[in-house]
Design a protein around this ligand. Structure first.
Ligand code: ATP
Ligand code: MG
Length: 418
């Protein structure tokens, strides 16, 4: 019989890792909120057209990475491979495209890639989208937000920036790039040739050494940028300097999605991993127009949470719960134990209370409490139930008190300074 297992490239995040995910997500979320962003949750499934039109034909995502299926009425649906297109659709659909929107999202995304370290078929992103502001100030602010997040996470990834101009600039550049690359045709493999044919800018992003060498003398996009775009970039860079943000201009940085224009950026972790981009983003002033015929300037970024966790050394102070383990010695006292647990739980959201229903002997239950790293063990036996009381044992100091029911509140309040 076939063994049922999790799907390749899609992993369980078990409780011990959830703790890390949750604390990182909390930091990212509270940072975004402090910068005025509001949460949005869009469906995991969208009309395939949304991604084809936004991310673009000829990109890796659309050509080979989407999980797509045809519904009973012949419509094509895709699992979301990224978050921007869905946010744009939601802004249009909710009729809020005339105002400034600052949105954050966090959740799973799906791409059919070859699974390896830092690359999964279901992965997690935290992203923000800032729509309705054309000025370079928004580009600076978005970088300030990332800086704020990295400081809170106590990490220091390297910022790479570039400008890819507007679509007219790119058209001129692409023509010259193709001419240059044609001279080296014999050095390209089939997949590279396909890339050059369908989406030539993507070749700049190649990780192959042979191609990187060919590209050294290739025309640079910076020489094709229009005045407006160049000024936007200049002011953006100036803002970074004024805000003491370190950056490196990388003329080969183009990003893998079609919809970007002007400012693009990435954060790279300092390790030698190939999958080392932990955050990527940029402007997409024409995306709304291309899909929904409405001109709305916008920009955003997405952070790969799985990579953040895998590659970086965290020193996070988890806000640990205070754990109570309730050892019950007789079956008839379970209801009493549940009542007491309910009472104590109400005093603080930070109390975690676990009742043992095994009815095993006290020694065995205390052992389990220890194993679970409980801070306190509440003991309920015949005497306690009869006397409307509990025994509470501090698992660290082994100090043990007997408390009667109507004094539990005072005891908890003084003991835990509530
Ligand atoms: P890469 O060049 O590494 O494939 P990308 O350009 O496809 O990245 P984006 O679409 O910009 O990535 O997504 C933003 C971030 O999401 C990436 O920088 C990365 O941290 C993360 N990410 C993207 N794809 C995956 C994946 N398959 N598994 C894990 N994280 C991913
Ligand atoms: Mg990719």
């Amino acid at each position: 019989m076939k063994k049922i297992q999790s799907v390749r490239g899609m992993k369980d995040i078990l409780p011990s890792d959830c703790k890390i995910y949750r604390s990182i997500e909390n930091i990212l979320m509270s940072s975004a909120i402090q910068f005025g962003y509001k949460e949005i949750r869009t469906p995991l499934l969208e009309d395939s057209e949304l991604f084809i039109k936004s991310i673009g034909d000829g990109t890796d995502i659309v050509d080979k990475e989407m999980y797509t299926f045809v519904g009973s009425k012949g419509n094509s649906y895709s699992m979301r491979p990224e978050g921007t297109a869905s946010c744009v659709r939601a802004i249009i659909e909710s009729g809020s495209s005339n105002t400034i929107n600052k949105l954050w999202y966090c959740g799973p995304f799906f791409r059919h890639e070859r699974p390896q370290k830092g690359r999964y078929r279901q992965f997690h992103q935290f992203g923000v989208e800032f729509t309705g502001v054309e000025s370079y100030e928004a580009d600076i602010e978005i970088i300030l937000l990332t800086k704020y997040m990295w400081e809170k996470l106590k990490i220091n990834p390297k910022l790479k920036i570039n400008t890819i101009g507007d679509s007219e600039d790119r058209k001129k550049y692409t023509k010259n790039l193709i001419q240059y690359l044609a001279k080296y045709e014999k050095y390209f493999e089939d997949d590279d040739k396909q890339k050059i044919k369908k989406n030539p800018l993507r070749i700049l992003d190649s990780k192959k050494e042979s191609i990187k060498n060919i590209l050294i003398d290739a025309p640079k996009i910076s020489n094709y940028i229009s005045k407006g775009s160049a000024l936007h970039f200049e002011k953006f860079v100036d803002g970074l300097i004024k805000n003491d943000i370190n950056y490196e201009i990388d003329l080969h940085l183009v990003r893998g999605l079609d919809y970007y224009n002007r400012t693009v950026f990435e954060y790279i972790d300092n390790t030698e991993n190939t999958q080392n981009t932990i955050c990527a983003g940029g402007r997409y002033d024409f995306l709304f127009e291309n899909i929904f015929n409405k001109k709305v300037p916008a920009l955003g970024f997405a952070i790969g949470i799985d990579r953040l966790i895998e590659f970086l050394n965290y020193d996070i102070n988890y806000n640990e719960n205070i754990k109570f383990y309730v050892a019950v010695l007789r079956e008839e006292d379970f209801a009493y134990a549940q009542k007491i647990s309910g009472e104590i739980r109400k005093y603080s959201d930070n109390f975690s209370i676990l009742v043992d229903y095994s009815c095993s002997n006290l020694k065995a239950q205390l052992k389990k409490a220890n194993k679970l790293e409980a801070n306190y063990c509440i003991i309920i036996g015949e005497n306690e139930a009869a006397g409307d009381s509990i025994q509470i044992k501090n698992m660290n100091s082994s100090e043990q008190d007997t408390i009667v029911l109507n004094e539990i509140g005072d005891y908890i309040k003084t003991k835990f300074v509530l």
